[in-house]
Design a protein around this ligand. Structure first.
Ligand code: G6P
Ligand code: ZN
Length: 543
């Protein structure tokens, strides 16, 4: 066995987006594509010699092949040890947990998150740093810069390593430890939540339905819900990770998790419905004929945090991404703790968590998490809800409606215009930006604009500034209209329009969301000239 030095040249477009590098599987299968990026990671990190890294992915098509390539490249680059999930499986939160628990230098996660998989689907790769969180921009910028100058990569010519048997061995001098992907994570969850209370609640006849959408959450759900908590077999559905996610679009929202929604709409619905995405960091919580918005979920978890043993002492603060609704702000105010507003992308929470400024974080894109790791965490959120249900004896619907009654309701919806022409999308955003200075003080339909800007974030921990994170139109009555382009798509551009309005009067809380937001929706389309510029009169996805 020996190290091969392979000549290569830069491949354009290896710029990590909101959450790592994502491309069609075919792009990743092209000669040198994966290798160039992996070598760029190692080069950008500087000295990986003797370091220990975690490695795993969401099990999608090309996962196993990529794991072998990365193991061989790690060995050739002098990495000391790689802890790899059995079968190449590790959820994103699972990887973050392993990095933190074993104090590793970082980890490589193979996932395109909620994007479809299979030979014609997407593949992705991201690097997480030693705190267990996504690499900050200065690291991803360095990786991208390196990908533009790369001339060679190192790879061992060793045969494929057996990643299906738990235990330690070596690959061309590097230690490889194949680990149970669930064990460390399950142990952490038992420290955070009251498993005895949840078990009692389940034993009393309460039922759950967790839909893993044939993605990586399955093994975690089976072990934790069916194994440790003893939910009846069948509580976890689509629990086998499949290379094409069984044709599912592994995104836990009402549009894609339709089967779960149907089960929770039924007369004999389970007490809690939940789903997670491809790499199990996203979650959706569903009650009877009620989908809990991620923004509300964050606020509700914050309001009830002390029911869970891991949060008994209270929370230091909440952080939410800018487009996420202000429901959490109201709870933070009531609790007397700060609420931070960050750009979209979980990486922006890392500094706040590391500095102890925030305990809970959340995003409207079905992401919720805390300082227990440095990624959002689907199974964690489901366990938090179970802990709340067990501790209060209330139903999901009761918890939500009582929350609105106490704090007011933030009606919230996101309208996505997917796969639009990139030039048209950029033109739309540029036109909007150009009009911002004139908007403040003007009247749009029956609302007066209080503030109109392009969101810039000043990180209170490291002092860095991140510009152009989304156009915000904030109205005097607290309503908000936000526009930004997705950083996770792989085809054309996706325009996201976020709509939010506040209603204090409980008598109006039962209004259907799209109805409550109707005038704001019309304003959003007219103001940005969506139809004339993109040719779209309706969004492709409404959540
Ligand atoms: C990933 C990131 C999230 C982000 C989401 C949507 O899930 O981890 O932090 O909110 O993508 O990003 P996008 O740029 O597509 O709106
Ligand atoms: Zn994900």
């Amino acid at each position: 066995m020996s190290t091969q030095t392979i000549s290569t040249q830069p491949i354009a477009g290896q710029k990590p987006g909101t959450s790592g590098l994502r491309k069609k599987v075919g792009v990743f299968q092209a000669p040198h594509y994966l290798e160039n990026f992996v070598q760029s990671i190692f080069d950008a990190l500087g000295n990986v010699k003797g370091k220990t890294l975690a490695l795993g992915g969401d099990g999608r098509y090309h996962n196993r092949e990529a794991v072998q390539v990365i193991l061989k490249m790690a060995a050739a680059n002098g990495v000391g040890k790689v802890m790899v999930g059995q079968g190449g499986i590790l959820s994103t939160p699972g990887t973050s947990c392993v990095i933190r628990k074993h104090k590793l230098s970082g980890g490589i996660i193979l996932s395109a998150s909620h994007n479809p998989g299979g030979p014609d689907g997407d593949f992705g790769i991201k690097y997480n740093i030693d705190n267990g969180g996504p690499a900050p921009e200065k690291v991803t910028d360095a990786i991208y810069a390196r990908s533009g100058t790369i001339t060679q990569y190192l790879i061992s010519d060793a045969p494929d390593y057996d990643i299906d048997t738990v235990g330690s061995g070596t690959l061309d001098g590097m230690t490889v430890e194949v680990i149970d992907p669930v064990a460390d994570y399950a142990e952490l969850m038992q420290q955070l939540f009251d498993f005895a209370a949840i078990k009692q609640w389940l034993d009393a006849g309460h039922r759950i339905r967790y839909d893993a959408l044939s993605a990586v959450g399955g093994p975690y759900g089976k072990h934790i819900f069916e194994g440790l908590l003893g939910t009846p077999a069948g509580s976890v559905v689509n629990g086998e990770p499949l290379e094409d996610f069984g044709g599912h679009h592994p995104d836990p929202n009402p549009v894609y998790a339709t089967d779960l929604i149907e089960h929770l709409d039924a007369a004999n619905a389970p007490d809690l419905g939940a789903a997670s995405d491809g790499d199990a960091d996203r979650n959706m919580i569903v009650g009877h004929k009620l989908v809990v918005t991620p923004s509300d979920s964050l606020a509700i978890i914050a309001a009830h945090a002390t029911v869970a043993p891991g949060y008994r002492q209270g929370i230091s603060g909440i952080a939410r991404s800018m487009p996420t609704s202000q429901a959490a702000d109201v709870v933070a105010k009531a609790l007397g703790v700060p609420c931070f507003e960050t750009p979209t992308g979980w990486k922006f929470f890392g500094n706040l968590l590391d500095a102890g400024k925030a305990t809970l974080c959340g995003e409207e894109s079905y992401g919720t998490g805390s300082n227990h790791i440095r990624e959002k965490d689907g199974i964690w959120a489901i366990l938090f809800w179970l802990n709340i249900l067990a501790a209060t004896g209330k139903s999901v619907n009761q918890i939500v409606t009582e929350h609105w009654a106490q704090y007011g309701r933030h009606f919230y919806s996101r309208h996505d215009y997917e796969g639009i022409d990139t030039d048209a999308a950029n033109k739309l955003m540029d036109e909007l930006r150009a009009r911002l200075p004139q908007l403040a003080g003007t009247q749009l339909a029956h609302r007066k604009v209080k503030l109109a800007d392009d969101f810039a974030y000043h990180d209170p921990v490291d002092g860095s500034t991140t510009q152009k994170q989304g156009v915000r139109i904030i109205f005097e009555d607290g309503a908000r209209l936000i526009y930004r382009l997705s950083g996770t798509g792989t085809e054309g551009a996706t325009l996201r329009v976020y709509l939010e309005s506040y209603e204090a009067d409980a008598a109006r809380h039962a209004t259907p969301t799209q109805e409550a937001l109707a005038d704001l929706i019309t304003t959003s389309r007219d103001l940005a000239r969506i139809a004339p510029l993109t040719g779209r009169t309706e969004p492709t996805v409404v959540t």
